[in-house]
Write a protein that binds this ligand. Structure first.
Ligand SMILES: [Zn+2]
Length: 154
């Protein structure tokens, strides 16, 4: 199957927000809000909410249908979505196992700094923070957090 994203010109300057990008691709496809609503089985009001920035992220099924209606890969929408930390689904966090957390902590303590986020693969901000434990020993605490998703090393 041919890649549907090839239908967008390579030099197209894509908007950096979900609202801007949906609006931009919709216009590029010559679709009205009503057309897009129909193609994605969403309401006109919903499309308007997305294009006005009221909705900044989509559930996976919504992203799928909207991307399909816009004839782009879902990643093109996902990459500009913004999900506030409190809106994240807790079950996603649990997919990062304790063993993985320990491995991460170990890597950070050994000076590895280019660690991809276990959830979204974005390079994380990592550091080892000097601290004093209850027995007055100098210890290092591994710190790592993802700049893109709510993942934090705990
Ligand atoms: Zn992440």
């Amino acid at each position: 199957m041919a890649k549907i994203t090839q239908l967008l010109p390579n030099d197209m300057d894509l908007a950096e927000t979900l609202a801007g990008r949906v609006n931009q691709i919709r216009n590029f496809r010559n679709l009205t809000v009503r057309d897009l609503a129909k193609a994605s089985r969403m309401t006109v009001a919903r499309i308007e909410d997305i294009e006005s920035g009221l909705e900044t992220w989509l559930s996976a099924p919504d992203r799928q249908v909207l991307a399909k209606a816009l004839r782009v890969e879902p990643i093109m929408l996902l990459e500009v979505e913004y999900r506030p930390p409190e809106a994240s689904e807790p079950e996603e966090l649990s997919t990062v196992s304790l063993a993985m957390m320990e491995e991460l902590a170990d890597a950070v303590l050994h000076g590895v700094r280019q660690i991809p986020c276990p959830r979204c693969q974005t390079p994380m901000n990592c550091s080892a923070q000097e601290a004093i434990d209850l027995e007055n020993n100098h210890i290092y605490l591994p710190m790592a957090y993802c700049p893109k998703c709510p993942f934090v090393l705990k």
